[in-house]
Design a protein around this ligand. Sequence first.
Ligand SMILES: [Cu+2]
Length: 273
Amino acid sequence: MKLIQNLRALSVGTVLVGLAVTSLAVHAHGNEDHVKTAAPVKLEQKAWGIAAEAKATNAAPRVIAISMTDAMRFTPKLIQVKLGETVKFVIKNDGQMLHEFVLGTKAELDEHAALMLKFPGMEHDEPYMAHVPAGKTGEIVWTFNRAGDFDFACLIAGHYQAGMVGQVKVSDATPAAVAALPTAATAATAAPASPSVAAADFSDGEIRKVDKDTQRLTIKHGAIKNLDMPGMTMLFRVKDPALLDKVKPGDKVKFKAESVGGAILVTEIQVVE
Ligand SMILES: [Cu+2]
């Protein structure tokens, strides 16, 4: 989670920015007032669990400290969790380079790792990942409400391939915990696929965050066909800073994304409604 960015965004008054992620990040630091003014968090069920609800976050989740190093290793690399358990991962980067911690299924991580090789400048922003600069600590609070064997990995180009991966085993040993699963969670809804007449190179998305300091847009997007990229939530640089003034969080948009030197740029964007 882009915690620092989010907090800075709040402090300069751009509230309603980065709704889901901001709320979780702020909650992790116990700042209740901001959370109450934020829009409801849309929790997306994934095969490997779901972002912890605010209530669960306050109920003192189990804390698991993880270290990441430039030897391309996580410590510990095997984590055992009970079905239904909420875990707060406190992820320390003990190396000199940027690392990240991304939870997922092996299939999904493989797919993302391949995209990261193709687009080394790609930046994701999802509640199940933390990008942690050297010497810093990131946090994720996650509810494991699906049993199975999952992975966590650093998907920075080259790191995953060097073996920077670990396992989470979620065991179905406590039926009682199942009853406590979050039920209010919104089912997964990708950005709507468009049957419209828009040009093939335009993709559908919803603006999550507008960061004028770093000149980036966070967009939950559908498939970007011209880049052969599946739907996800990503940070995009913009070709022209003026594009940042055309949109606000919550806007449904059509946008054109192009790969320029490994970075993905939004070159055109328009609000649809
Ligand atoms: Cu790494």
